[in-house]
Structures are given as structure tokens and as C-alpha cells.
Design a protein around this ligand. Structure first.
Ligand SMILES: [Zn+2]
Ligand SMILES: [Zn+2]
Length: 119
């Protein structure tokens, strides 16, 4: 007499639980940092945004914004004020990320041929 193994289903769920890889790109980080603070243009550090994390998502190096020391870890920094207060004052991480991507896009446009500028 054969009995079905009771753990047949747990094998399937184990596959779904695969850890998503955190996207790493030192090159992209260097580009973001070189933009200067997204708020004031000062020499910047790279901040990994936290919005959208949880739900198994990990911050990737492509979800980063440039912030100067003051706006990052300093007196008016996102890590000092807490992201909720900070975002009410300076804008949401998502908005700033979009702005960062636009800047990076504009930056790479200069080297691309045949790419028409947006109006
Ligand atoms: Zn700044
Ligand atoms: Zn940070």
C-alpha cells in the first residue's frame, strides 16, 4: 500500500519563495552621484529609496537619488528627519527618482545620435 507524501505541496511553494536579486550597478551609482544633489545641486551621495520595498522587493542600485550630505544624513537629511517628514518637505522619493531618471536621460541624450529631445 502506498501513501502520498504529505509534503508534496510544500515543494512547490519553496520555488516561489526564491529571493529576488538586488540589482547592483556601481556604474549607475557613479552616474547618479555625479548629478549633484537633486534638491540643491551640491556634491552628492547616493541614497537608495525605500518606497516600494517590502512585498519582497529589494532596493536596487537603479532606485537611487543623489542627495548631498545635508539632505541625506545631515541636519535636513532624510535619515535624520525620518522619510515621512522629509518627503512632505522636499517631495516623495518616487518624484525625486523620476527627476533623477530624467536628468540621467538628458545626460545620455547628448551622446546619442538621432534621439530627439522631448518638448
Ligand atoms: Zn542638497
Ligand atoms: Zn540614504
Amino acid at each position: 500500500m502506498s501513501i502520498l507524501p504529505p509534503n508534496q505541496q510544500s515543494n512547490q511553494s519553496r520555488q516561489i519563495l526564491k529571493q529576488p536579486k538586488r540589482l547592483k550597478s556601481p556604474k549607475h551609482l557613479a552616474k547618479v552621484a555625479s548629478l549633484g544633489c537633486i534638491l540643491c545641486g551640491s556634491p552628492s551621495q547616493v541614497h537608495h529609496i525605500r518606497t516600494g520595498q517590502g512585498m519582497g522587493l529589494k532596493a536596487s542600485d537603479f532606485d537611487t537619488i543623489p542627495l548631498c550630505e545635508r539632505h541625506h544624513t545631515g541636519k535636513e537629511g532624510i535619515h535624520t528627519c525620518g522619510s515621512r517628514v522629509w518627503q512632505m518637505r522636499f517631495g516623495t522619493e518616487i518624484e525625486l527618482l523620476e527627476k533623477t531618471r530624467e536628468l540621467l536621460d538628458a545626460d545620455s541624450r547628448e551622446t546619442k545620435i538621432g534621439h530627439l529631445p522631448k518638448k
